[in-house]
Ligand binder design. Structure first.
Ligand code: SAH
Length: 460
């Protein structure tokens, strides 16, 4: 057997500088240049630009280049405000105008639907963007480390855990930014030890802040290595005084040497483990571990599209799979006869049940379990649905789930997706099973980043 790696010779050399034209952007937003058919990915370069780059890595099927000079600039390029952000990767599309970001996202869906989904004629609507594509995140998870002998909060440098201090995060709710600084200063005042990752010593690992867009209610989570946090009798009142919106302060203890932010032990320092926000007029209680869309304004648009595509009359039986704390479920329940939610995580289902009660909604029932298992069981029992809504995590639908759908044959399906590639893969299977894709509506939930969210309507 020949070893292709040994025989492979790239047409470029490491550390040499080349000139090239950017012909495409990867789904992560990296510019693509080709030299004798060999693709090179170059961060910060845009389609149509002629650039100079230095080759920093050579792989078998592609190389990595570092942008050294823009010779011919794209009209879609916008000035970046602060170099620090480029080092962190929190806004990988910040150098692309917002209008062009929306085009890029639509194009990405069209490309995967054609290439992976074999659906070249699927109708993809223009991406619904934001009027102000900054300050939208209702949640922040900020690492705490020692930097120049001080406790610092900020963002890790890309592909590393070096902390770059930062106060204005640009894409977070500015009230959350202020809260992070206020909590940081209180931690400094009481000489709380920042976490040291290498040695697994020190104490404060992360500061999490969540804020209800419609309610202003704020939750602060202090993630510590040990249960000790001294002097609590001063820290808690100081936070409440500095941040009057705070309704809940939680200490989450994570003793492990791990990249996972949250640990198992939870100590409630103030209020309860919940804060509230609203979506389409319904109130939701959210605990510190619960999934809640990070962009409230766009989430409401997204869920409105689900309702619009559903065209409910009040007579329908609906299944909402991957229902989380019941955000989409409650929106559907108002317009349908009965909605069944399916969700894997038990505490999320408990939240969902409480949220239904809180809003006086009685025509919903939740089932704890893996959607693929529950759907298989229900289809075997001969249960039917007029509408099936799915909102799976990035890995998309399980094949067993799709088999169960094809067995149950709901009249209509609405697929909410945060990953175009798995969406395209799943749509191909559903189309092969007799469904047709009516339309795809992308909604920009994550401006300045390369994430693409969409709602797809399928009918039988
Ligand atoms: N529809 C909700 C939640 C979407 S996030 C909302 O918009 O807020 C996806 C949800 O799917 C998460 O709550 C996650 O816990 C759940 N989940 C992940 N894998 C699952 C599976 N195999 N079966 C059921 N639920 C699952």
């Amino acid at each position: 057997m020949s070893n292709s790696k040994e025989n492979f010779k790239a047409p470029v050399e490491k550390n040499e500088t080349y000139q090239g034209e950017i012909i495409d952007l990867t789904h992560e937003g990296l510019g693509v240049a080709k030299i004798e058919h060999y693709p090179l990915f170059i961060e910060g370069a845009l389609v149509g630009e002629t650039i100079e780059f230095k080759v920093i890595k050579i792989g078998k099927s592609f190389g990595i280049g570092k942008l050294t000079k823009i010779i011919n600039q794209s009209p879609d390029r916008v000035e970046i405000t602060d170099k620090a952000y480029a080092q962190t990767g929190t806004m990988p599309l910040q150098h692309l105008s917002y209008k062009a970001q929306l085009k890029f996202k639509k194009n990405q869906i069209e490309t995967v639907l054609e290439k992976i989904g074999k659906l070249p004629n699927a109708k993809v609507e223009n991406v619904i963007g934001m009027e102000n594509p900054f300050g939208y995140r209702n949640k922040a998870q900020i690492p705490v480390r020692k930097n120049k002998e001080k406790l610092e909060t900020g963002v890790f440098r890309k592909k590393s855990h070096d902390l770059i201090p930062m106060e204005d995060f640009k894409i977070q709710d500015p009230e959350i930014d202020k809260a992070v600084v206020a909590v940081r200063d209180i931690m400094r005042k009481y000489s709380i030890k920042p976490y040291n990752e290498k040695e697994n010593t020190g104490n404060l690992r992360h500061i999490l802040v969540r804020r209800g867009y419609h309610t202003g209610e704020m939750m602060i989570v202090l993630v510590t290595r040990t249960p000790k946090l001294f002097p609590l009798s001063k820290i808690v009142p100081d936070i409440l005084e500095a941040l009057p919106e705070v309704v809940s302060i939680i200490q989450n203890v994570n003793p492990k040497k791990t990249n996972v932010i949250l640990g198992q032990e939870v100590i409630v320092l103030h209020g309860e483990d919940k804060y509230r926000d609203k979506l389409l007029g319904h109130t939701f209680e959210i605990s510190h571990r619960s999934f809640f869309q990070v962009n409230t304004v766009q989430a409401e648009i997204l869920y409105s599209k689900v309702l619009e595509f559903a065209e409910l009359t009040g007579e329908e039986t609906v299944i909402d799979a991957y229902s989380g704390i019941g955000t989409i479920t409650l929106a559907l329940a108002e317009k349908a006869k009965k909605v069944y939610g399916i969700e894997l995580i038990e505490p999320a289902v408990e939240d969902a049940q409480r949220n239904a009660e809180l809003n006086g909604i009685e025509n919903v029932t939740y089932q704890v379990g893996a959607a693929e298992e529950v759907m298989l069981e229900w289809s075997k029992q001969g249960r039917k649905a007029d509408l099936l809504v799915v909102d799976p995590p990035r890995k998309g639908l399980d094949e067993q789930f799709i088999d169960a759908v094809l067995e149950m044959q709901p009249e209509k399906m609405v697929y909410v997706s945060c990953n175009p590639s798995t969406l395209a893969r799943d749509l191909a299977l559903l189309v092969a099973g007799g469904y047709s894709v009516e339309k795809v509506q992308p909604v920009d939930m994550f401006p300045q980043t390369s994430h693409v969210e969409s709602v797809t309507l399928l009918t039988k």
